[in-house]
Design a protein around this ligand. Structure first.
Ligand SMILES: Cc1ncc(COP(=O)(O)O)c(C=O)c1O
Length: 376
């Protein structure tokens, strides 16, 4: 079996460190708000070079907290990409906001800055660029647009923790640390995954940080003094302890994923029916996903063929968000939207993780080559 991701092998590689972290948490039994939470927040803050890290229950909550903290109200518009995970629009809709779907570039899967600019109105409160599959959006352009129209930028970095954005020839910073707020998810399959759900918000803004921390804790700074309408969203001590043990390994895991991506690309580049991931000059790709495109007529058959050979693959995402029943009647769509339905029918994500062996990749490559030769 060639898995999309092999969490157990990753665990075995650092078993002692993880087991120690779990043992210590059980021994201290401070399961909520224990030392490991503060220590992990400090470690991530220093890794990302960002002032404040506020951990929370998951990546979806991280956006909800961020939108609550900027005071999103009923009728406020939030510009989001049409091709992304649903949580990006969920939080907007939950708060009575209007999701405004911007176009995406089919080669990079990133939100298109020109579409953002077309869709800004007086009601636009925020833009949520999603650094999809491991590669940052063009944050220089997005930041310039946000400054021009005075809107908040909240970066979704759920899939790209550790990716870098080049803002100029001298300035390279981590994705997620450029907007007013950034956030990530520690869902097990993410770049830095815990053993359950987890998330974090990043910001350099003291006021926003203070508010987000309070909102995540029932709107209180002091116990039983509820300054804001809040929610309960926290990272368990156990998850924080695990993440603290895993964080130092993130750069190596990124390198392994990048090597695996190069291996795929070298082997698949001559198959003319395939479009391989495009690496942009304004950032580094950390390959949370290795996502290829191909003619619609080949995609589902290839997926079936891979499955029959014991190879997992995934379709991220089968439907544009504006076509989802929950959102299609409450959203605004860029009138110049490209054909996202076609994009959704072309994409296929191949097994990708830090423990992926050449042997496993060769099976994937051979299956793809054989299938495409047979079909042409
Ligand atoms: C791009 C993106 N944003 C947000 C999320 C939400 O994160 P979580 O599952 O931790 O709520 C995900 C998770 O899959 C995601 O892929």
């Amino acid at each position: 079996m060639v898995r999309m991701i092999d969490l157990y092998s990753q665990y075995l590689g650092i078993k002692e460190e993880i087991d120690r972290a779990i043992d210590t948490t059980i021994t201290t039994s401070d399961f909520i708000g224990g030392n490991a939470v503060v220590e992990f927040e400090r470690a991530l803050s220093s890794f990302l070079n960002v002032e404040h890290i506020i951990t929370c229950g998951n990546g979806s909550d991280a956006l909800l907290l961020s939108l609550m903290a900027i005071g999103l109200k009923k009728g406020d518009e939030v510009i989001v990409p049409a091709f992304a995970f649903a949580s990006v629009v969920e939080a907007v809709a939950l708060l009575g906001g209007v999701p405004v779907f911007a176009n995406v570039n089919h080669s990079t899967f990133a939100i298109d800055p020109a579409s953002i600019e077309r869709m800004v109105t007086k009601r636009t409160k925020a833009i949520v660029p999603v650094h999809l599959f491991g590669q940052p959006c063009d944050m220089k352009q997005i930041k310039d647009i946000a400054e021009t129209y005075d809107v908040v930028v909240i970066e979704d970095n759920a899939q790209s923790l550790g990716a870098k954005c080049r803002l100029s020839s001298e300035c390279e910073v981590y994705a997620g640390t450029i907007g007013h707020i950034g956030y990530t998810s520690f869902f097990p399959t993410k770049m830095l995954g815990c053993f359950g759900d987890g998330g974090a918000v990043f910001t350099n803004d003291n006021v926003l940080a203070d508010r987000i921390r309070a909102i995540a804790n029932h709107g209180q700074h002091r116990k039983y003094h509820h300054e804001y309408i809040g929610i309960n969203s926290r990272l368990d001590t156990l998850q924080a302890a695990i993440l603290k043990a895993k964080l130092p390994h993130l750069p190596d895991w990124i390198e392994s994923r990048q090597k695996a991506a190069r291996y795929y690309s070298a082997a698949l580049k001559n198959i003319e029916q395939l479009i391989l991931p495009l690496e942009v000059p304004h950032g580094t790709h950390v390959y949370n996903q290795y996502t290829i495109r191909m003619p619609i007529s080949l995609r589902d058959g290839l997926k079936t063929e891979l499955t029959s050979k014991g190879i997992q693959s995934m379709i991220y995402y089968p439907t544009p968000l504006f076509n989802q029943p929950a959102y299609r009647n409450i959203c605004v769509i860029d009138p110049m939207m490209s054909d996202c339905e076609t994009l959704c029918r072309q994409v296929l994500s191949l097994p990708m993780h830090s423990e992926l062996s050449h042997n496993g990749q060769d099976k994937v490559i051979d299956t793809i080559q054989t299938y495409i030769t047979r079909m042409s």
